[in-house]
Design a binder for this molecule. Structure first.
Ligand code: NAI
Length: 255
């Protein structure tokens, strides 16, 4: 029997990067997975990549920042699978890389709409199903940006700090329904998001990669599978005594 056999998991932003790593690992551990993502093209590519999992994976194109849209996607996932046991709030964006006085109101709102409000909305619409069944596990992907500063990226820090704080509040509020809510704080993980940032912030991608790798005591870049391992642990019964907690997965960067 696999650790997450017959559990039903929703992963937001599941069509690429860390989200896709989580989808892949959840499927490997026996779960059925509803992948929610804004990008239809990426959803198609991801479901082709995971074609062997046909029947256990469904995709839903939706923007986590829009309440009516995400509510409908969650309802559809529940209709298609019959229950929701696990929610991985992963969808996120990183731009703009700007300090506070340079950020426009629109840029601020755009980032919070995905990274912070998106977590609120997905959680809000999944919780009633979990409360009804009196069980569930929610894992929020925050960031080490919630606990330390990179500088020059204030909207992102604000959003990731909000997600970490919301995790702790929600863990207290929903423990009585046997719903556990935890956060994972990744460091530098090799995804499109990080590739783009390294290309932007350094003279070349290769230089950026060397600098980011050397900044980590383990001298390693993280992979989506490293984050997925922590997510699946927190989602499983192995973590039955853990709620309101963080796991930092960053190669020692924040140590
Ligand atoms: P990514 O850019 O590679 O993938 C993000 C996925 O989310 C994409 O498939 C994208 O289409 C989807 N998405 C974006 N906006 C969306 C929306 N409004 N609604 C639904 N889906 C949406 O990003 P990556 O690197 O995999 O990041 C995933 C999460 O991990 C983010 O929350 C990010 O902030 C967090 N994180 C990433 C780190 C890294 O080093 N890559 C480090 C710390 C945290």
């Amino acid at each position: 029997m696999k650790r997450l056999e017959d559990k039903v998991a929703i992963v937001t932003g599941g069509a690429a990067g860390i989200g896709l790593g989580c989808v892949t690992r959840l499927l490997d551990e026996g779960a059925f997975v509803a992948m929610i993502d804004l990008d239809e093209r990426r959803c198609l590519a991801a479901s082709r990549q995971l074609a062997a999992e046909e029947g256990r994976l469904r995709t839903y194109v939706a923007d986590v920042g829009k309440e009516a849209v995400i509510a409908e996607a969650v309802r559809n996932a529940h209709r298609d699978f019959g229950k929701i046991d696990i929610l991985v709030n992963n969808a996120g964006i990183v731009r703009p890389w700007k300090s506070t006085h340079e950020v426009t109101e629109q840029e601020w709102d755009q980032l919070q709409a995905v990274n912070s409000k998106g977590v609120f909305l997905s959680t809000k619409h999944v919780l009633p199903f979990m409360m009804e069944q009196k069980s569930g596990a929610i894992v929020n992907i925050s960031s080490i940006a919630a606990i330390l500063s990179f500088g020059g990226i204030s909207p992102y820090h604000a959003a990731k700090g909000a997600v970490r704080a919301m995790t702790k509040n929600d863990a207290m509020d929903y423990a009585k329904y046997n719903i556990r809510i935890n956060a994972v704080l990744p460091g530098f993980v090799m995804t499109d998001m990080v590739r783009e940032e390294l290309e932007t912030l350094y003279p070349s991608y290769e230089e950026g990669l060397a600098a980011a790798t050397a900044a980590q005591p383990l001298n390693l870049m993280g992979q989506p599978s490293d984050i997925a391992a922590a997510v699946c642990f927190l989602a499983s019964e192995d973590a039955r005594y853990i709620t309101g907690s963080d796991i930092i997965v960053d190669g020692g960067y924040s140590a």
